[in-house]
Design a protein around this ligand. Structure first.
Ligand code: NAD
Ligand code: UDP
Length: 320
């Protein structure tokens, strides 16, 4: 059965891939995005599909959609540390008021609701790998607090709508994801490393580079989210690839795959930068039968190929 789906943040990196996948399976998709970190170009190819529409609006101001809605996927939020440090108040507002508006829409329409939460709710974790029952180690007054606490508030709000108003909710905790359509200048490690390596510029590794992340190719992440949305599971549920890599090794890997001569240089480590991160995905595997399928090197090669192809376009569209 096909659905009518509202995707907030639908013109962003993950949102645009979700819209594409939902359209391909026959759903009708309404993307709502204020384009603060996303780009209309991400969904330009979808505009030809009569089942797709993009509403340019800020979900903090409210979320009114005519007609029936079966599913609300709430993905609107700056996500890169560079973006949310530049937009701290906006990040807190979209995570709080924006989440309330998205929940109100789901309540009004009798729709299922899925919150895009984050591994960042675990902060700088003292437990490794991270399971969903770990409460996290977040500094609320540090610079990253604006993102981490907005997402933690969003999770609490989602649970409150579930228990108070009986809204059918789900929470996904997304771990670091990469792929085509990341903005080359969004400041995250993988787009930075690829952009720098392709340009022959120094590849910037923060601190000693021994801190780790576990990186997931976007197609796997989208498959997990679609499976969670289509299940009755409430979460919170980790979705990510447990393939853990240090930032120094990742930089070297990207330099090798791009055949670059870029040197690796070390830059200052951000405040409260988590030291390790890896999802325990047992829950997603057991509840959804989901596990990542794309080999990380394949995913990096696909992403590098996309960055090469879109170099000219990105130079025009991305500077922020
Ligand atoms: P992104 O910046 O590419 O996409 C976010 C989108 O939300 C953008 O298109 C932006 O314009 C839109 N947006 C932001 N504030 C808005 C508002 N007030 N009203 C309407 N639209 C708004 O980031 P992404 O990587 O695609 O992340 C999408 C979601 O997934 C975010 O909620 C993020 O927290 C979550 N997430 C992503 C990752 C990851 O690795 N990419 C990891 C954990 C969580
Ligand atoms: N990082 C880096 N060089 C960069 C950008 C990021 O070494 O040019 C580091 C960053 O300090 C962190 C890791 O890479 O340790 C992942 O950062 P990213 O912003 O991609 O994601 P997040 O910190 O949100 O997991």
């Amino acid at each position: 059965m096909t659905s009518r789906v509202v995707v907030t943040g639908g013109a962003g990196f993950l949102g645009s891939h979700l819209c594409q996948t939902l359209l391909a399976r026959g759903d009708t998709v309404v993307a709502v995005d204020n384009l603060c970190t996303g780009r209309a170009a991400n969904v330009a190819a979808l505009q030809a599909n009569p089942r797709f529409s993009l509403i340019t609006a800020d979900v903090v101001d409210g979320l009114t959609i005519d007609g029936p809605v079966d599913l609300v996927l709430h993905f609107a939020s700056p996500a890169s540390p560079v973006d949310y440090l530049r937009l701290p108040i906006e990040t807190l507002r979209v995570g709080s008021q924006g989440t309330m508006h998205a929940l109100d829409l789901a309540r009004e329409k009798g729709a299922r609701f899925l919150l895009a939460s984050t591994s960042e709710v675990y902060g700088d974790p003292e437990i490794h790998p991270q399971r969903e029952d770990y409460w996290g180690n977040v500094n609320p007054v540090g610079p990253r607090g604006v993102y981490d606490e907005a997402k933690r508030f969003g999770e609490a709000m989602t649970m409150a709508y579930r228990s108070t108003y009986d809204v059918d909710t789900a929470i996904v905790r997304i771990f670091n994801t990469f792929g085509p359509r990341m903005r080359p200048n969004d400041g995250r490690a993988i787009p930075n490393f690829i952009r720098q390596a392709l340009a022959g510029d120094p590849v910037t590794v923060s601190g000693d580079g021994l801190q780790t992340r576990s990186i997931c190719y976007v197609d796997d992440l989208v498959a997990g989210i679609v499976a969670l949305a289509g299940s009755g599971e409430p979460g919170p549920m980790n979705i990510g690839n447990p393939h853990e890599v240090s930032m120094l090794d990742l930089a070297g890997w990207v330099v090798k795959l791009t055949n670059s001569t870029s040197p690796i240089v070390h830059i200052e480590r951000p405040v409260d930068d988590p030291t390790v991160r890896r999802p325990d995905t047992t829950k997603a595997h057991q509840a959804l039968g989901w596990s990542p399928q794309v080999d990380i090197e394949d995913g990096l090669e696909r992403t590098i190929a996309w960055f090469r192809e879109h170099e000219v376009e990105d130079q025009v569209l991305s500077p922020e």
